[in-house]
Design a protein around this ligand. Structure first.
Ligand code: ADP
Length: 405
């Protein structure tokens, strides 16, 4: 029999599991789905087989074990069961790999222990990711489980970018450094941008702007990340949907001493009630643009602050890279919000950066250029595909062809 070619990708959150089953012969999706509100009475599973109708299941799904069993049942109804000999591996998104994991890794007991050891720096994500892996192991103990880390792509950053300028012993004792996140997306988008330019990733320097609800920028030199805007946690850097991004760390002491707030309250304020939602009450860029068009001043200020920060990072990473071949916009805002792309690059013509109005306005699915013909620096819209990247890395690893990122 020919070797198996299917990869199941699992993205396990604290109360949700997103999944995709791909056939790596042509990278096609065989099924996609989502289990939400695990542990509540109102859990929901939505499953969509390729070319078929979506099916939904309601009622209580008690835990990740029950969720994955329900997913397995839905897949089996389409003849895609987890017991299939066609399944080559299960690829898991793991948010925090610390300094230890620089590439996708086949999970064994030592790997599980290390992901567990990293929980203090990723308390919201790593426990759920671990549960997902353990549950998948119990369903198919014979199958390779591969962990693909959000931080891995950023482990090539030099110390000058990764270290914070604080006491070295204190930093090391608590593993405080810039780790960066969205790495799977930055890897995929920087490589796809090179392909769009008809070049090898080793030949191009790219600034990647991943602008979703969470947002991060990275500077990629010759295929390797040299700086990124998220830090120890995803809070640092750009203005995001609900996160503040950069600010004076002394704001925190001030809120504690003068505002009487606790560490947990400030954590919630900065991660959940700041950024666009804190500035104007909305975190969806579509709604913010609609309000701006109606002359809403708070929405306009929120948009301007968002753009100002973005522009600062573009300038900073231009300087870090020295020579920039392309700027790539990706994720929900980056792929869809033409006004954000236009405003972020406005006035940067001296740097060779410009957006062609007509190209920018065209909506499309694939990777495309939006810079004017013959521009010194290419500006691209590159839809990200983290699931495909996880599947590709997983399949490459279990097939022995190595990791190409
Ligand atoms: P995440 O994965 O971080 O949750 P996404 O990459 O899916 O986020 O991006 C979600 C965000 O993308 C939404 O909050 C919204 O601001 C923005 N978005 C989605 N579609 C559009 C659109 N057509 N125009 C402008 N912004 C959009």
């Amino acid at each position: 029999m020919s070797s198996p070619t299917r990869v199941l990708v699992l993205n396990s959150g604290s109360s949700s599991v997103k999944y995709q089953l791909l056939d790596m012969r042509d990278s096609s999706r065989l099924a996609v789905g989502l289990v939400e509100r695990i542990g509540e009475q109102t859990s929901r599973l939505k499953h969509t087989p390729a070319g078929g109708e979506s099916r939904e299941r309601g009622g209580a799904i008690a835990d990740h074990d029950a969720a994955l069993k329900a997913v397995a049942e839905e897949l089996a109804k389409d003849g895609l069961g987890l017991d299939s000999p066609e399944l080559a591996a299960i690829g898991h998104r793991v948010v925090h790999g610390g300094k230890s994991f620089t590439e996708p890794t086949v999970v064994d007991d030592a790997v599980l222990a290390e992901i567990e050891r990293l929980i203090p720096v990723a308390p919201l994500h790593n426990p759920a990711n671990l549960t997902g892996i353990r549950t998948a192991q119990s369903l198919r103990p014979d199958l390779p489980q591969v962990a693909v880390f959000d931080t891995a792509f950023h482990t090539t950053m030099p110390e000058s970018a990764a270290r914070y300028a604080i006491d070295v012993e204190t930093a090391d004792a608590h593993r405080i450094r810039r780790y960066g996140f969205h790495g799977t997306s930055h890897a995929y988008v920087s490589r796809t941008t090179a392909e769009l330019l008809g070049k090898d990733p080793s030949e191009v320097n790219v600034i990647v702007l991943h602008l979703g609800n969470g947002a991060s920028a990275s500077a990629v030199r010759g295929g390797h990340c040299v700086d990124t805007s998220m830090g120890l946690t995803p809070l640092e850097g750009l203005v995001m949907g609900t996160r503040s991004g950069d600010m004076d760390p002394a704001v925190i002491f001030h809120l504690m001493r003068v505002g009487g707030m606790s560490a947990d309250e400030i954590d919630t304020l900065l991660n959940k009630k700041s950024g666009l939602i804190g500035l104007c009450g909305d975190n969806d860029m579509r709604e913010i643009r609609r309000r701006v068009d109606e002359g809403d001043e708070r929405a306009e200020l929120a948009f301007d602050i968002y753009i100002h920060r973005l522009k600062k990072y573009i300038g900073a990473y231009y300087a870090v890279l020295g020579r920039v071949d392309a700027v790539a916009f990706t994720a929900g805002v980056g792929e869809n919000a033409a006004p954000v792309r236009e405003a972020a690059l406005a006035g940067l013509e001296e740097l060779g950066l410009a957006v062609d109005g007509e190209r920018n306005a065209v909506r499309g699915d694939g990777a495309r250029l939006i810079s004017p013909e013959g521009a010194r620096v290419a500006v691209a819209v590159v839809p990200t595909d983290e699931e495909l990247e996880i599947a590709t890395q997983t399949y490459a690893l279990v097939n022995g062809s190595g990791n190409h990122t």
